[in-house]
Ligand binder design. Structure first.
Ligand code: DCP
Ligand code: MG
Length: 370
């Protein structure tokens, strides 16, 4: 063994929620390759395969050094046979044949382009692909009947695929704050999702809204939306009510990973005058852009769970839930934490307390970039 080749790692824990995963890490080439394969699996609705590639990539993101040879991977968890094969190929040849084939495949390119339309999922995209629709323009010409979300997605396609910058997120935050305070003074607004983890860009901007007097937040969203609409800030919105209390399954046995908070999926019209950024359209440049914004309202007592559940990353969330079930016999959702052995709900007034309940070291948002 040449000195320096051995990674300075004694043992790496196997759940991503046990590790610190910073935004900037040392193995981008490898994680980019694995992410392409994960994405391809997800687009093909092969969730298990997607998760396996995501877990392997997350493991590499948490390593303190660059991996230079396959021998450095000995003893590390989360690296399945397929991921290892890809990693070795990239280490030896600089590229992986499978990754190259994937990125150049018509199907992958078309599925990415079509699911890049707001309101279009893998199932719909696949059906269209099989009809010979490969691009948003093909879809436009096809004369297919689209729902309201998809029509907006097509109309603002280019802009919505432009990364949202941190300063745009801050500007949106100021608008959201004005709207929320106009209809409910004292409400608290928190930037969540990727921006809370320290990302400098995102595909959307996510906000969590709550009020210290539990109950005051009920029915808040329609009022916020009316205010925003009246001020001309919304290009599209769809609000769904809170269905947590009516849901029969209860927080201990959520039917899916989707939470049941009052929520608004929207597209904001954001002025770009202060950004020095002009948006090019078919009708020439203009001084505003479309931005995807998600608003979520949580009752105060559920706020730490909502905050933890909405900060991500998606894999980090998945790993937290998996840890809770398999290692602690607990069920974690964005609403609550339930201890199945003691048959009781565990209260928490901060994210730190939830990690403590789960027997995990606290991982700050900036280290949840798994
Ligand atoms: N989330 C989740 N399950 C959902 C929706 C969201 O667990 N069905 C959580 C995990 C995400 C966070 O909410 O990290 C926000 O979702 P995004 O899709 O906006 O993801 P990010 O904000 O992490 O990334 P991006 O920069 O692409 O917006
Ligand atoms: Mg986001």
């Amino acid at each position: 063994q040449k000195p320096g080749l051995e990674l300075a790692v004694v043992s790496v824990p196997s759940y991503a929620c046990q590790r610190h995963t910073p935004l900037l890490h040392h193995n981008i080439t490898l994680t980019d390759a694995l992410s392409i394969l994960a994405e391809n699996a997800e687009l093909g609705e092969n969730e298990g395969r997607g998760v396996a590639f995501r877990r392997a990539a997350a493991l590499l993101k948490s390593l303190p050094q660059e991996v230079r040879g396959a021998e450095q991977l000995r003893g590390l968890p989360c690296l399945g046979e397929h991921s290892l094969r890809v990693i070795k190929e990239v280490l030896e040849d600089g590229v992986s044949h499978e990754v190259e084939t994937t990125t150049h495949s018509e199907q992958f390119k078309a599925m990415k382009a079509l699911t890049g339309i707001f309101g279009v999922g893998a199932k719909t995209a696949d059906r269209w692909f099989k009809e010979g629709i490969h691009t948003p323009s093909d879809l436009q010409r096809s004369g297919h009947t689209l729902n309201r979300a998809q029509r907006a997605g097509l109309q603002y396609y280019d802009e919505l695929n432009l990364p949202v910058t941190k300063s745009e997120a801050v500007a949106i935050g100021q608008i959201v704050e004005r709207a929320v305070h106009a209809v409910l003074p004292g409400a608290e607004i928190t930037l969540i999702g990727g921006f809370r983890r320290g990302k400098q860009t995102g595909h959307d901007v996510d906000f969590l809204i709550t009020h210290p007097d539990e109950g005051r937040e009920e029915g808040l969203m329609p009022k916020v939306v009316s205010w925003l609409e009246a001020q001309g800030f919304l290009l599209y919105q769809k609000t769904t009510g809170n269905s947590y209390l009516e849901s029969k399954e209860g927080p201990a046995r959520p039917a899916s990973n989707m939470d049941r908070f009052e929520r608004c999926f929207s597209i904001f019209r954001l002025s770009t005058d202060n950004e020095g950024r002009e948006i090019q359209t078919g009708n020439g440049p203009r001084s505003w852009r479309a931005v995807r914004v998600d608003l979520v309202v949580s009752p105060y007592s559920q706020f730490p769970f909502a905050l933890l559940g909405w900060t991500g990353s998606k894999l980090f969330e998945r790993e937290l839930r998996r840890w809770a079930v398999h290692e602690k016999a607990m069920t974690l959702s964005s609403h609550a934490l339930y201890d199945r052995k003691r048959t009781l709900y565990l209260r928490a007034s901060s994210e730190e307390e939830i990690f403590a309940h789960l027997g995990l070291e606290y991982i700050p948002p900036c280290d949840r970039n798994a």
